[in-house]
Design a protein around this ligand. Structure first.
Ligand code: AMP
Ligand code: MG
Length: 484
């Protein structure tokens, strides 16, 4: 791998240099060939060599492994030191298109930041992260990606003995809101500035021209987050642990823990077993994102203005704009679900009406919208998603009238909807099934088939209806776990 490790050239307090702990007998479960090609990696063909590389047993030339320091607000409470407790950044590579990526191992052993943890990961969460991060990516949503999964041949102890695994993930970077908080909470303004300059150089070089690049940076991160959350909302994704340490500065989905896609629509949906008060419920994600951006703003105040109250005013003005910015992205994402690009007040009203009907009927979020794209030829399949057929029929009439008013042909509406309403999401019961067979029987076919179907989620794939069906009551998953 042609490494160029810019983060490792930052001051030492940004990380710990560390060699991943070796695992007993690594066995490659999956290599993402398509991603490896995209990154321009030239990898050996032998399974054992790949397993050695993606378990951390063999370090590639040019790799300078580090564990990154960060802090974070977890469920609203500040923790001054978190950091990579079970992850190691192997280094950065630049692909043919000139884009820089982090290559990181997760589950690669203890670091200075491990606190009470063992630095390891069970196989289950590794499979979960691989499936869901690839699903999110293929839905067209910015995300870290899965490059490889390796079984470690070791046992990890959680509530019981579980097979261990190492996950290799790729992200535009792993810099978090919590990375800023790490230095800001230590009143180390010099490091905050070094970090901000690094982020601008690496992710947003165009901001260097701005009159104040730091306020421009906050505005840009807010915009990236608003856009990201709007996209999550469009596909019914619930991150589950939107702590500031899991919030990426470059607007990608990172740190897949007890995340899940919602089956039936309900804005209050929560899956995470640790989210007792619904802080990170589906419908609360926009508010939480703004909260996280306010935490970032707090860290950057000294960069905004020498006068503290002026700096605060500047920060507040930017954060106050977040909800409107989010709304803009949200309506642009959501209106496409009903066939409209460039929405107005009337579109919002029609959109909210269908959401209310879905909430009432506990209709399947994905299948209801997908059936709407078919309602042009077959209204029945749409209407039967609802408990009150009369109001669904009424809605269809109003919707069609609205399309007409906008001068949108049914064919155009169909085109728009088809690309906004996936047929396939990583349904919890299927993810759990894939994990179960991989863990118990070393049978990876369930995971592989699911990954395959989710690689083209907007295609009909009519022979794959099992993957599109909402779960039967007996299959329904109510809780998901980080299991880390
Ligand atoms: P997460 O909730 O997965 O984003 O992790 C929060 C923090 O806990 C991070 O600092 C992780 O590095 C740390 N952590 C999670 N699991 C482990 C583990 N098994 N060993 C050490 N640290 C861990
Ligand atoms: Mg995390």
């Amino acid at each position: 791998m042609p490494f160029d490790n810019s983060y490792a050239r930052l001051p030492e307090k940004f990380f710990q240099k560390i060699i991943p702990e070796k695992v007993k007998s690594p066995e490659l479960i999956k290599l993402n060939h398509e991603l490896a090609d995209e990154l321009g990696l030239k990898l050996p063909e032998k399974q054992e060599e790949l397993a050695a590389i993606f378990s951390g047993n063999k370090l590639l030339e040019g790799s300078e492994p580090i564990a990154q320091a960060y802090a974070g607000h977890q469920f609203g409470h500040f923790v001054p030191q978190l950091g990579d407790g079970r992850a190691v950044l192997l280094g950065e590579i630049i692909n043919k298109a000139g884009k820089r990526y982090d290559i990181q191992l997760k589950g690669s052993g203890r670091t200075r930041f491990s606190r009470g943890g063992d630095g390891r990961s069970p196989l289950g969460p590794v499979i979960r992260e691989y499936i869901i991060s690839e699903a999110i990516t293929n839905l067209g949503i910015p995300s870290s990606r899965g490059l490889a999964m390796v079984r470690s041949g070791e046992t990890v102890f959680r509530e019981k003995e579980l097979p261990g695994a190492v996950f290799t993930r790729v992200a535009s970077s792993h810099i978090r809101v919590g990375t800023f908080e790490f230095f800001a909470s230590r009143r180390d303004n010099e490091s905050v500035k070094i970090l901000a300059d690094y982020v601008i150089n690496r992710h947003y070089p165009q901001l260097k021209e701005a009159s104040n690049p730091y306020t421009a940076l906050l505005e840009k991160v807010c915009e990236m987050q608003a856009n990201l959350i709007a996209k999550w909302m469009r596909v019914g994704f619930i991150h589950g642990v939107m702590n500031t340490d899991n919030t990426s500065i470059c607007g990608e989905t990172i740190d897949f823990g007890p995340c899940a896609f919602m089956d039936s629509y309900d804005p209050a949906t929560v899956f995470s077993s640790i989210d007792h008060h619904g802080r990170y419920a589906y419908g609360r994600q926009p508010k939480i994102s703004q909260w996280n951006m306010a935490a970032l703003a707090g860290c950057m105040l000294p960069l905004f203005h020498d006068n503290e109250s002026k700096a605060r005013e500047i920060g507040e003005t930017i954060i106050d704009k977040f909800q409107n910015m989010f709304k803009k992205y949200y309506f642009s994402e959501m209106s496409r679900k009903i066939g409209i690009q460039g929405a107005d007040e009337k579109t919002f009203e029609i959109l909210n009406r269908i959401l209310e009907m879905m909430d009432k009927a506990k209709a399947d979020f994905t299948n209801t919208f997908r059936s709407l794209s078919r309602a042009i030829n077959n209204e029945e399949i749409f209407i039967k998603q609802f408990s009150e057929p009369d109001s669904a029929e009424k809605w269809l009439i109003d919707w069609k009238m609205m399309l007409e008013e906008h001068g949108i042909s049914e064919a155009d509406a169909y085109e728009t909807m088809h690309k906004a309403n996936p047929a396939f999401i990583a349904r919890n019961h299927l993810v759990e099934e894939a994990i179960k067979y991989a863990t118990q029987d070393r049978d990876y076919s369930y995971a592989n088939q699911l990954i395959e179907v989710l690689s083209t989620p907007y295609d009909d794939q009519s022979d794959k209806s099992r993957y599109a069906d909402s779960p039967k009551p007996s299959e329904r998953v109510y809780q998901t776990f980080c299991g880390t």
